[in-house]
Design a protein around this ligand. Structure first.
Ligand code: UT7
Length: 329
């Protein structure tokens, strides 16, 4: 008997009700729908307005949606990984809060931060646990309340981001489906180009930082753009080559939804048929770690058992990568 594969066997999702459109943004900063649509491709994004609700609220809603689609015994979940850049608190983990809210008692649970590559990194960790044979069921949750640290006075970043969550159930299977391969890379030289300068132990936030809005997200967009295109295209080419896949073998390419121009460049360089690329950036925006699983969740009706699916992401760090899987249901 070969080693078990780790397969996604269910996905749930949640986006908050409030929709922030380009018209409202253009009343907040000097921007307009034409610029945002032509340079980024986003029209609306969902925002969690309630100041008393955090990332765990959306994560729990996404899990409830998952459990309404797939009845499972909560005691069968052995590990819970919450991938987020915006935990409810620095500690304890948001994952532990989610377990408490849902009544998951038989799992070890922790947060994992890999920015916009959170979901693909979480999937690769889950694959490792499952392929080891030690664990049979993992819940990977990607949830982000990015509106918490977006600077709504900075026109170069505030149109980009939205809030949302998705939860994926990962099960062991003997079938030839599930995660086949992954490549994840990190280049710490990217650290200065996308970050929260004053948010942690090296430089705790002060009143002056708050006055200068230096506790909020900073991005050198052009630099990040350049690396995102090059690195996502290269990692897709690498994983396709080592799995003997050509563009026409990919049934679905699911890229991180940061900028439609980045997605278009990756499509061109991977020779995947544009009709086989799942895109929801126009109405969801960039939800960081949650972006790929929300896109899968919204397109579940298109996915069929055995489909070759290629996921690719790029984010702060820099950390980027690709996961090649065969859809399992
Ligand atoms: O998810 C993590 C990874 N993140 C990404 O992948 C994001 C990568 N970067 C990007 O998507 C793009 O760089 C941005 C969307 C952030 C910016 O687009 P860009 O085409 O790189 O614009 P730019 O920063 O080069 O700015 C071009 C011009 C500037 O004006 P000048 O200096 O040419 O007069 C900006 O001030 O556009 C101006 N600009 C805007 N104008 C209207 C920047 N933001 C806006 C805006 N509305 N919202």
């Amino acid at each position: 008997m070969g080693k078990p594969h780790a397969a996604i066997t269910g996905i749930g999702g949640y986006v908050p009700d409030y929709i922030l459109d380009n018209e409202e943004l253009s009343r907040m900063v000097d921007t307009n729908d034409e610029w945002i649509m032509s340079r980024v491709g986003i029209k609306t994004r969902h925002i969690l307005k309630d100041p008393e609700k955090g990332t765990s609220f959306m994560a729990v809603e996404a899990c409830k949606d998952l459990f309404s689609r797939k009845q499972i015994d909560l005691d069968s979940i052995e590990a819970v990984i919450c991938t987020t850049t915006t935990p409810d608190n620095l500690f304890p983990s948001t994952a532990s809060k989610i377990c408490g809210a849902l009544g998951i008692k038989n799992a070890f649970a922790y947060d994992m931060e890999a920015a916009c590559s959170g979901f693909i990194t979480g999937l690769s960790i889950a694959a490792g646990y499952i392929e080891s044979g030690r664990i049979k069921r993992v819940l990977v949750i990607s949830a982000e309340k990015l509106s918490f640290f977006v600077n709504y006075q900075d026109r170069s970043t505030c149109p980009l981001f939205g809030d949302g969550a998705a939860a994926a159930l990962i099960d062991a299977t003997e079938e030839e489906v599930g995660i086949q391969d992954f490549i994840i890379r990190t280049d710490g030289q990217g650290y200065p180009y996308l970050n929260l300068k004053h948010s942690g132990s090296e430089s705790p936030v002060t009143e002056e930082h708050i006055r200068n809005r230096e506790n909020l997200l900073f991005q050198d967009g052009r630099n990040v753009f350049k690396h995102a295109v090059t690195d996502m295209s290269q990692v897709c080419a690498d994983i396709m080559e080592r799995n003997q896949l050509k563009g026409e073998d990919i049934d679905w390419l699911v890229p991180h939804q940061a900028n439609l121009r980045i997605i278009d460049a990756v499509i061109q360089r991977t020779s995947v048929d544009p009709k086989k690329v799942l895109i929801n950036i126009e109405h969801i925006g960039n939800t960081s770690a949650a972006s790929i699983p929300i896109c899968l969740w919204e397109n579940l009706d298109k996915l069929h058992k055995g489909d070759n699916v290629l996921l690719t992401a790029f984010g702060a760090g820099f950390i980027w990568g690709a996961v090649y899987l065969k859809w399992a249901y």
